[in-house]
Design a protein around this ligand. Structure first.
Ligand SMILES: [Zn+2]
Length: 66
């Protein structure tokens, strides 16, 4: 049987909000989460952060501005 192994591997396979850092349940982003690609990296934002992030996208601000 394959054991998940180290916490680092578990973290790599989980979805973490790029803004507040909470971890989603399961290994895929919930439908309420927003995913965005910045600098070639896929970022995920939880439901509450997504609202803020959408405003940032609309105003074309990079996440560095937060
Ligand atoms: Zn968040």
């Amino acid at each position: 049987m394959d054991q998940p192994g180290s916490p680092e591997q578990a973290a790599a396979g989980s979805v973490v909000c790029a803004r507040c850092g909470i971890t989603a349940e399961g290994d895929t982003a919930p439908v309420t989460w927003l995913s965005s690609v910045e600098d070639g990296r896929r970022l995920h934002f939880c439901e509450s952060c997504a609202r803020l992030h959408i405003r940032a996208i609309e105003s074309r601000l990079d996440s560095l501005w937060w």
